[in-house]
Design a protein around this ligand. Structure first.
Ligand SMILES: Nc1ncnc2c1ncn2[C@@H]1O[C@H](COP(=O)(O)OP(=O)(O)OP(=O)(O)O)[C@@H](O)[C@H]1O
Length: 263
């Protein structure tokens, strides 16, 4: 077990945002965190990282998160934030290299293993062709890919990503989902918040549906993404299909509001 969360509760601005969230993540899972705007997905990810104060118990492997140093935590899990702002005009390669910090002494030069991890991460996210460019001068989607590459270079058992596909073109969305699925197949785990239910349905091994700070469904995509659930939680009607590659879910329209008026 890579991550265990019990009864997580958090408040922001005096309002409860997480209302008792419990789940575990095993090695080999690609978990999609889905739910409407404001449901608490980012807050949950940030609480797992210790960035948002929360009550409850978080265990990283066999250790209580509270007893794990920041450096050890960064060796256990990497994080891709929703915000893609890059403040420093450093070359892309250097930014991706920051992902190696938890693995090497401060100010030490890069070892061969670090170089290999950085190169592999840049290749996977297709950012190696602009490795020498200033990270501040990239497009939104390119910045996103560089920040994901930095997290990949960290080579952690667990990767947390907040809306990693937003701003990516369809080809790079699929590249990313395939990469996350491959990481899971190789025994690592990914927890990614996603708004694209089609991508979530097709690539995730498991979905956690959050609504108003609570997990309201947890299971394989075809069990979580039902017509009734999409009506209840998102207020949308959707098309469902089945292909050899998996489930297809495409939201089509808002649920018709019954005004009670007679025709
Ligand atoms: N710094 C803050 N202060 C007060 N309230 C906050 C703060 N950050 C988030 N919230 C509130 O907490 C709730 C959950 O926000 P969160 O960002 O976790 O939602 P989310 O599910 O990630 O949403 P989205 O899909 O829009 O990114 C929202 O109601 C939001 O307004």
């Amino acid at each position: 077990m890579l991550l265990d969360v019990q009864d997580l509760r958090a408040s922001l601005g005096g309002r409860p945002v997480l209302n008792g969230v419990s789940f575990s993540v095993m090695a080999g899972e690609f978990v999609g965190l889905i739910g409407p705007n404001g449901a608490g997905k980012s807050t949950l990810l940030r609480a797992l990282l210790g960035l948002t104060p929360a009550d409850g118990a978080i265990a990283l492997g066999a250790l209580a998160a509270a007893h794990v140093s920041a450096r050890e935590r960064a060796r256990h899990m990497a994080y891709v934030a929703q915000e893609r702002e890059i403040a420093w005009a450093v070359p892309v390669e250097m930014l991706v290299g920051l992902g190696r910090s938890p693995h090497r002494p401060s100010f030490a030069s890069l070892a061969l293993a670090d170089r290999n991890a950085i190169d592999a991460a840049m290749r996977k996210m297709e950012v190696d062709s602009f490795r020498d460019r200033a990270a501040t001068e990239l497009s939104g989607g390119e910045k996103a890919r560089v920040l994901i590459a930095r997290a990949l270079a960290q080579e952690t058992p667990l990767l947390l990503a907040d809306e990693p596909t937003s701003g990516l073109d369809p080809s790079h969305q699929i590249t990313l989902m395939r990469l996350f699925a491959d990481l899971a197949t190789s025994g690592r785990s990914v927890v990614a918040s996603l708004h694209d239910l089609g991508l979530a349905a097709r690539w995730c091994t498991r979905l956690l549906l959050i609504d108003a700070g609570r997990i309201v469904a947890d299971g394989p995509p075809d069990e979580v993404l039902t017509a009734q659930t999409l009506r209840d939680v998102y207020g949308v009607e959707a098309f469902f299909g089945e292909t050899a590659g998996g489930l297809i879910v495409q939201p089509l329209d808002l649920v018709a509001v019954d005004t009670g008026a007679r025709p």
